[in-house]
Design a protein. Structure first.
Length: 194
């Protein structure tokens, strides 16, 4: 059975991004995956200090939750990363995770993991594409395989509209694209496992 990890890059534990990442993971489960949720908003992750110790040792010199998160991601078959839109990009929580992932890239531990992205903006065209693009760029540098949400919408990934907490629960497009993303990540991960 393939394992898909969902990552919530929101400072809100149960906000709109959380809802859509959980929606994608439920779809992944329905497609036959085991799933796990990582909430970066409640994780203790310090910013990268550019010490370059990871370049020499392959391990980060900072001891926090990043070590456990990295191990989980290295063992997964697929990853779905979700972030609210913050000024057209990812949140600081997601960016700190990305910056601290140099040890994962040093030995390309995310190579060939099937990955996708979800973003929630304040309006339908509220920066979801640029935020997802930031996540995709990170995944390309990690040598991961990126999928979108597939037909019929064929977006960059899950594209939700948020506002007050709970508003994505009425966003049919956000729900559909997130469900489709979870299914696509799982389907391709299963094909690669075969």
């Amino acid at each position: 059975m393939v394992k898909i990890i969902g990552m919530i890059g929101s400072p809100r534990e149960d906000g709109n991004t959380s809802f859509l990442v959980k929606t994608a993971l439920k779809s992944a489960e329905d497609a036959g995956a085991e799933t796990e949720l990582i909430n970066l908003g409640s994780a203790e992750i310090e910013p990268c200090v550019a010490c370059d110790i990871c370049k020499a040792t392959g391990e980060c010199a900072i001891y926090d939750d990043m070590r456990e998160i990295s191990e989980k991601l290295a063992g997964a078959d697929g990853i779905i990363m979700g972030s609210p839109v913050y000024f057209g990009g990812v949140t600081s929580q997601m960016k700190m995770f990305m910056d601290r992932s140099r040890p994962l890239r040093a030995s390309f531990k995310l190579r060939d993991k099937v990955c996708g992205a979800i973003a929630v903006g304040a309006s339908r065209n509220g920066g979801q594409e640029t935020t997802i693009s930031s996540i995709h760029e990170f995944l390309l540098i990690q040598d991961a395989i990126i999928v979108g949400d597939g037909a019929p919408a064929a977006h960059y990934g899950g594209t939700g509209v948020g506002g007050p907490v709970g508003s994505t629960e009425n966003d049919e497009v956000g729900i559909e694209t997130s469900k489709n993303l979870g299914k696509r990540v799982t389907e391709l991960a299963k094909k690669l496992e075969e």
